[in-house]
Design a binder for this molecule. Sequence first.
Ligand code: SAM
Length: 324
Amino acid sequence: MKIYVWGTGCGAGDLLDRGLDPREVCGFLDGEGRDGSFLGRPIMAPDALRGRDFDLILVASRQAEAIAAKAEELGFPREKLLFCRNNWSLQDRNLSYERAARVLPEELLEELRRPQRAMRDPMWLEHSPLQDRDLENDCVRLRSLEGICRRLEGIPGDAAELGVYRGAFARCINALLPKRRLWLFDTFSGFAEEEAGGQAAGLVEAHRLADAKKLLSLLPHPERAEIRRGLFPGTAEGLEELRFALVSLDVDLEESTLSGLRWFWPRLSAGGFLLLHDWANPKLPGVARALERYEGELGCALPAVPLCDVCGTLVLTKSRRLNT
Ligand SMILES: C[S@@+](CC[C@H](N)C(=O)[O-])C[C@H]1O[C@@H](n2cnc3c(N)ncnc32)[C@H](O)[C@@H]1O
């Protein structure tokens, strides 16, 4: 079979880590102008497939709505597309699972067939600067971020994200906190080598393909962003005096998460929030271990509330005295 994967990010990496053999894949489609290769297979623009013969496209991106429209424009037959993310809105987008059953494990197919419910927006969050494409990514995570940002009025400090990747979450922070400086820490070329060893190949490969310049062009207020490129905590040198009202900590692996907690928690303002992404993610157990180790070092448990978002964020907060 001639199979293509649409996406060169975590979704594509995940398909491979969950059993899709990269030798079965002719190429990876990327609608955002990336080229080169992904796990030894060429990356190409979706337009390059126009008029060419293929059997199946596994859509491994969350931008299902936009990709469905683009595929229609290019004349790709709907029955040859299998949406592996966000395949349900009110009804299943996938017309057939037959071809995919030849290359994907049954367990994954079962998961895709299960109905996913459309979610209503909270009524109290009117006039949101977030766009549908942000919410499609993870509605609970993004709407919670919005609620948290609205509570930050009067709390001093900048915003920061450690672990930015292609900037999907950073873009939302920047949109919701347009007046705050936003520090963005990432290697923009993936995990530290000593941490990447032993991790799933798709996860590691997917994170190599980020681009700091492109990220700036996606931000609604790029003038507020400060990019620190390289391995953290080295990239925080000289910034010790900063204080933060909001920190997103999203580096997936244990040692980097621990470095992030050690550096950011003491610098979080009273009343501020630290969002620990993947804390309850069974695929990334190092995140919860890092928090346990840090709490062990402090000798106390940090006040925290779990979110029921896709990857299990834990929201940590520092209490603040009221001026009475
Ligand atoms: C899961 S991605 C971040 C996703 C992003 N927060 C989002 O929601 O779209 C993890 C990122 O952490 C970065 N990273 C991991 N360890 C790091 C370290 N020690 N220093 C800098 N960046 C690191 C990787 O390069 C990768 O881009």
